[in-house]
Design a protein around this ligand. Structure first.
Ligand code: HPA
Length: 275
């Protein structure tokens, strides 16, 4: 089992020294929410290069940053520039934002991502609250990280997704008149998109969306006892659903189109914290 405490001593000391507060909510930004830090009041900002042991992002335009900020009187931490397993990071590097969240004493985490729909009823532009995940592709690595084979907290309680945080998210969506889908997110290690047969399989197995991140973050987070929820931004139909070729530009374009709605939803979620 990997000992993150030992491995990331210097990193933790650095971040704990710089942290201006204990955040009430941690947010991992995915596509569609990438500029969210601009919507809040930033109190402190750390660049990945200055944090000892923090990986540097390999994806262009995905500069790694950690923001401490405030919105509606609530204190939040934001992780921008996600580490994907397919980029060659170890799983312990991929879950660092979760680990930092935990070590700072924050016990609420909202994970966001872009995903393709494997459910033909879910269309590009939809936002989906995740009800469960399929991480079968990454079980071995996860077990090395947690020593467990299931998303259970240290006390054995299944904690994902957080019922309280999910309720808050549904209420926020309601208040903002944003229609929110709910469904299962299926993990593909990537980096290539799924084949049409894989999307069909995901659908038959009950998945509504497919993507290449999030699941390890969520399972590790639940294992640590953090209240964890996920919102997926559906950016495209999964491969084979429409017969059109998938492309990364479509994902970026749709994410940009959804971003205002997504940001409004997250702002409302933050406002509702603790009420
Ligand atoms: N598949 C996997 N990951 C994705 C997709 C997809 O269709 N869209 C955005 N991220």
């Amino acid at each position: 089992m990997v000992n993150l405490n030992a491995k990331y001593q210097d990193l933790l000391r650095y971040i704990e020294n710089k942290a201006p507060f204990i955040p009430e909510l941690s947010i991992i930004l995915g596509s569609g929410l990438g500029n969210f830090a601009e919507r809040i009041t930033i109190v402190a900002e750390l660049n990945s290069g200055e944090i000892p042991g923090y990986p540097l992002s390999t994806v262009e335009g995905h500069s790694g940053k950690i923001y401490f900020g405030e919105y509606s009187g609530k204190k939040i931490i934001i992780f921008k520039g996600r580490f994907h397993f397919y980029e060659g990071y170890t799983l312990s590097q991929c879950v660092l934002p979760v680990f930092i969240t935990y070590k700072l004493g924050c016990r609420k985490l909202l994970i966001t991502n872009a995903a393709g729909s494997s459910n033909p009823g879910y269309k590009p532009g939809d936002l989906m609250l995740v009800s469960s995940v399929n991480g079968i592709n990454i079980k071995k690595e996860l077990t090395e990280l947690t020593g467990l084979a299931s998303p259970e907290g240290k006390d054995g309680m299944l904690r994902f997704p957080s019922p309280e945080l999910n309720s808050l998210i549904r209420k926020a969506a309601d208040d903002e008149s944003i229609s929110l889908r709910e469904g299962v997110y299926w993990y593909n290690k990537g980096p290539s998109y799924e084949t049409p047969a894989e999307v069909r399989m995901a659908n038959i197995f009950g998945a509504d969306a497919v993507g290449m991140s999030t699941v390890h973050e969520a399972i590790y987070s639940a294992y640590l006892g953090i209240n964890t929820s996920i919102i997926s931004c559906i950016t495209n139909y999964g491969s084979g659903i429409t017969g059109q070729k998938l492309n990364h530009e479509e994902v970026i374009e749709t994410a940009a189109l959804i971003s205002t709605r997504f940001e409004n939803l997250v702002k409302k979620i933050i406002s509702g914290l603790g009420s």
